[in-house]
Design a protein around this ligand. Structure first.
Ligand SMILES: [Zn+2]
Length: 267
């Protein structure tokens, strides 16, 4: 039976790329078709009925027609715009970071239901929550789980012994922790404090009750974040671009108001 010429899909807009004068290639994550790239024709014209429904991070229902190279979005209806995300630059940037991660980790045409569900839930919580950092870390750990990159955090990846409560070592290439005795057998590693390992395990167990009570010191939060960032970059063989912007926003928020202006370049 030939595929229908027109099909319906529900999805979350991950990104858009301008095409020609008035069109845009929109990348969506859908539960049925995984990542879907389709053209929104005329979306950049002032009176387009598609415009506003296909901005990144919009949960949308679309009607898509099979096209020669790319499919074509003929209708789009917003199911949820996640407005609070759009009213706050920091939360918007967090959302765009999630979208970039998903965009990079998923492929077109493969069913994407668990990741879709995870992204939808996380965006919903991001629009409500104030603890964005922890939400991002939970998302990263859970995404790695779904995609088959669950890091080994319980035992040493080389000797298989349970890890002692001392400084241990994370090996991105080995996909998990190594004990001090095995650290040189597993490629490049980074040291991991006892506390950071504890936090990573809580995240991996999805221990919501404990996580809700957790208050991370800045240094500890940064340690957990950098470890996951390095692991993700290793798997993707690429840095995640939007982390640069997240880092910049954080630096600006930490700077005293009078020092908010960047220093003039020298030389
Ligand atoms: Zn070992």
């Amino acid at each position: 039976m030939p595929a229908p010429r027109v099909y319906k899909a529900e999805g979350i807009v991950l990104k858009g790329r301008e095409l020609g004068e008035a069109d845009r290639i929109v990348t969506l994550l859908t539960p049925q078709y995984g990542k879907l790239r389709a053209v929104a024709k005329g979306v950049r014209k002032p009176r387009s009925r598609l415009a506003g429904n296909l901005e990144p991070l919009t949960h949308v229902a679309v009607l898509v027609a099979h096209g020669q190279s790319l499919d074509i979005i003929s209708q789009a209806q917003t199911l949820e715009a996640f407005r609070p995300l759009r009213e706050d630059l920091w939360r918007l940037s967090c959302g765009l970071y999630l979208a970039e991660l998903v965009e990079r980790f998923t492929v077109e045409g493969a069913e994407g239901h668990p990741v879709y569900q995870l992204l939808l839930e996380t965006l919903t919580r991001l629009a409500l929550a104030t603890r964005e950092e922890l939400l991002l870390r939970s998302f990263e750990i859970e995404l790695l789980d779904h995609l088959g990159f669950r890091p080994e955090l319980g035992q040493c990846i080389a000797c298989r012994r349970a890890l002692e409560p001392v400084e241990n070592f994370f090996s991105p290439g080995g996909g998990g922790m190594a004990c001090p005795g095995c650290r040189y057998k597993v490629g490049l590693t980074r040291p991991v404090t006892v506390e950071a390992l504890k936090v990573l395990r809580l995240l991996q167990r999805r221990d919501a009750t404990t996580l809700a009570r957790l208050r991370l010191r800045r240094a500890l939060a940064a340690e957990v974040e950098l470890l996951l960032r390095e692991y993700i970059a290793y798997i993707l063989e690429h840095d995640v671009q939007s982390t640069v912007f997240l880092d910049r926003l954080r630096r600006e928020a930490a700077a005293p108001p009078a020092g908010g202006r960047p220093a003039a370049p020298t030389g």
